[in-house]
Design a protein around this ligand. Structure first.
Ligand code: SF4
Ligand code: NI
Length: 676
């Protein structure tokens, strides 16, 4: 039995010794928050050992700061741990998780650390956390123990293996501090606010198994400063940890932080949680399948007048499970009819995409793709426990009602399994898809008078405002105009607000009175003009999350676009991360724009300066990813050959080679008017 009081004292001393001996550079990849705990507590951006010691001193020798610095130093020397360990979790992932915390698909965060005595008990805890909508992090031997017990780990399963040793648990704290800075408005260096925010808002707890070293005990114990209760499932005595039986740990932790599972249990014989979303059902595990090129299958969600939708109605038209030959592919039509006073036709495709998530929430149901390309499998296990088609329908019906309480007043689901009926209904569905494509493809900025804003990134780029239009998706690639519109409907006081376009100031540049006004206010007066379609004058501000950077290359009168995934050099002599560091932070930088991949394909792509005709260079992976869509776009504006005239890192690694390459292939840009 480890005495916590003694271990904490010795552990703190050892951490202090470690800090005195610390050397080298310290940094984490893909974050705007440096070493986040040190940054949040002290405001000091730690890059090396001296900075680390300064922060450690300023933070009152806090074990979290020491553990963060010592671990960063160790990883700098040894390199990151191999898969499945995630190590430090990048900001982009946290931002997505943040959304899930806000919309309730994640209820809270848990950390499991140490070495469980009983693999089965640990597996039961992990499973209970999954079923209760928690996101769980794992540090130390608990990872292999769970794996041996047959538990799958990974972000997809909401069991995130941070590292092979318990000191990786410090990432749990760096995630919490970043959530506080990103979503809680906590300013770096305001330790008081951070602690107050964490104590009040952080829905988090820790379950500790035996076997922690003294420094690990000190690290874990100091999480209490953030209001996080520590529940010890055996092995520890004394101190302020709460001893629990393993079977009680989750219930107790959730009670202590008042995390209430408001998940209404859906009365079907199958467990159902976002935790199952990432699973797969292999051929050997499946009972029957639908679609995937093996049988006709499709899904369609439509808005109907209230009188035509009977809330809660679920029908199966055609054979039920018992009449299906195991191991075969069966036809399937999933028809979801919805009604609601606030529902709009525009929302149909966005809601329809949720069928994919919902079916995957089922422990024994699996879904890929969309529309008439879907592929669905039901597992043999689930069928053995009594799952029927009807239950799949109930799952979809209930999830729509639970997840969109304000938007939808009534939802009914019809599952077709009769071949003739599926084929007939699929024809109708195809007509609806075609009409939608027309509408969305054809949706132009001038067809709407409202754009949407996003200020989610203001926590680290305080004056940054994204303006999202039908033809200019958000620079992070995560939010389309439709998403913004729906987000507004669902959470009217949230980060996405409607922006009335107002009078046109310059149509080519995309400058509008309403947008300028909004941006001025939302940027706290820092930015007074914003051109949506240009790069030279008043370009949109950049936070740090853009998928790509577009930059002017004056020597060739063109633009290069470089994407985040590409780590090599560009003809500008700068890598993506150097460029990103130069233009991020919420400033306007003429000649540079943070953009999404989708915007490259837009008719409005930097049209103020001549658009795609100026596209002279992009990394090969990006050109391949855009592939046919970019070809089609270029063909549509009468320059089908341009695709092959765009240089990349192999054909033109340097500016000189780029000049030569463009001349050789006859690229139009060098002959266009000078950009600068
Ligand atoms: Fe919102 Fe823009 Fe940040 Fe994306 S990049 S999360 S749209 S502020
Ligand atoms: Ni951002």
């Amino acid at each position: 039995m480890t005495d916590i009081g003694i271990a904490v004292r010795n552990g703190r001393e050892e951490l202090a010794r470690g800090m005195r001996a610390l050397s080298g550079t310290l940094q984490h990849p893909e974050t705007a928050y440096h070493l986040p705990i040190a940054f949040a507590l002290t405001g000091i951006a730690v890059h090396d050992a001296d900075g680390a010691r300064e922060a450690y001193g300023k933070a009152g020798s806090h074990p979290l700061v020491a553990s963060e610095c010592l671990r960063a130093a160790r990883i700098a020397v040894q390199g990151p741990e191999p898969s499945p360990y995630t190590g430090f979790v990048p900001d982009t992932v946290i931002r997505k998780l943040g959304y899930s915390l806000v919309d309730g698909s994640i209820l809270g965060l848990a950390l499991l650390t140490g070495t469980p005595d009983s693999p089965d008990a640990a597996a039961a805890i992990a499973r209970e956390l999954q079923e209760k909508y928690m996101l769980t992090f794992l540090a130390g031997s608990v990872v292999p123990v769970l794996q041996k017990a047959g538990v799958k780990v990974g972000l997809d399963y909401r069991l995130v293996p941070l590292g092979s040793t318990p000191d990786a648990g410090v990432h749990f704290a760096d995630i919490l501090t970043r959530v506080a800075m990103m979503f809680g408005g906590v300013a770096p260096g305001d330790a008081g606010r951070l602690v107050a925010y964490a104590k009040e808002r952080a829905r988090a707890f820790v379950v500790v198994f035996p076997g922690l070293s003294e420094t690990e005990v000190a690290l874990t114990d100091s999480l209490r400063d953030l209001g996080i209760p520590i529940l010890a499932a055996g092995g520890y005595g004394g101190g302020d940890w709460i001893a629990v039986a393993a079977g009680q740990a989750v219930t107790r932790g959730m009670e202590l932080r008042q995390i209430r599972v408001k998940v209404t249990a859906i009365p079907i014989p199958m467990a159902c949680s976002p935790a199952f979303e990432g699973k797969s059902i292999r051929k050997e595990e499946m009972h029957v399948e639908f679609g995937g090129g093996r049988s006709p299958a499709f899904e369609l969600l439509r808005m109907k007048p209230a009188a035509e939708v009977k809330d809660g109605l679920v029908r199966v038209i055609g054979p039920e499970i018992g009449e299906m030959q195991p191991g075969t592919a069966v036809p399937l039509g999933i028809l979801v009819d919805v009604a609601g006073a606030r529902m709009r036709k525009d929302f149909e495709p966005v809601l329809e995409r949720r069928i994919h998530n919902f079916v995957n929430y089922g422990e024994g149901s699996w879904h890929v793709a969309q529309r008439n390309l879907i592929w669905v499998r039901l597992s043999r296990d689930a069928i053995a426990r009594g799952l029927r088609m009807e239950h799949l329908g109930k799952l979809i019906q209930a999830k729509f009602r639970i997840d969109f309480p304000d938007l939808l007043d009534a939802v009914q689901v019809t599952l077709l399994t009769d071949r003739e009926k599926v084929l007939a209904a699929e024809k109708e569905a195809e007509a609806v898809y075609a009409e939608r494509d027309q509408r969305v493809l054809g949706m132009k900025d001038e067809d709407v008078d409202t754009f949407y804003s996003c200020i989610l990134c203001q926590t680290f780029a305080p004056n940054h405002v994204c303006i999202i239009t039908p033809q200019r998706p958000a620079l992070c690639g995560a939010i389309s105009w439709l998403d913004g519109k729906i987000a507004c409907e669902i959470a009217p006081a949230g980060a996405n607000q409607p922006v009335a376009r107002g009078r046109v100031i310059d149509a080519l540049r995309g400058e509008f009175e309403g947008v300028n006004e909004f941006v001025r206010k939302a940027s706290h007066g820092e930015v007074s003009r914003c051109a949506l379609y240009g790069i030279m004058e008043y370009p949109m501000t950049c936070c740090g999350c853009f998928e790509c950077v577009a930059a002017v290359l004056p020597d060739v009168n063109g633009f290069m676009v470089v994407n985040r995934e590409y780590t090599g050099d560009t003809p500008m002599g700068m890598t993506f991360s150097t460029l990103a560091g130069t233009i991020g932070g919420g400033a306007q930088t003429p000649g540079f724009a943070g953009i999404s991949k989708g915007y490259i394909l837009s008719e409005r792509f930097l049209q103020a300066e001549g658009g795609s005709r100026r596209l002279v260079w992009m990394p090969r992976i990006l050109r391949e990813e855009l592939g046919d869509r970019l070809r089609a776009r270029l063909a549509a504006i009468g320059i089908p050959d341009l695709f092959d005239q765009i240089a990349d890192e192999e054909t033109a690694p340097t500016l000189e080679q780029l000049v030569e390459f463009l001349a050789r292939v006859g690229h139009p840009a060098p002959g266009m008017s000078p950009l600068v």
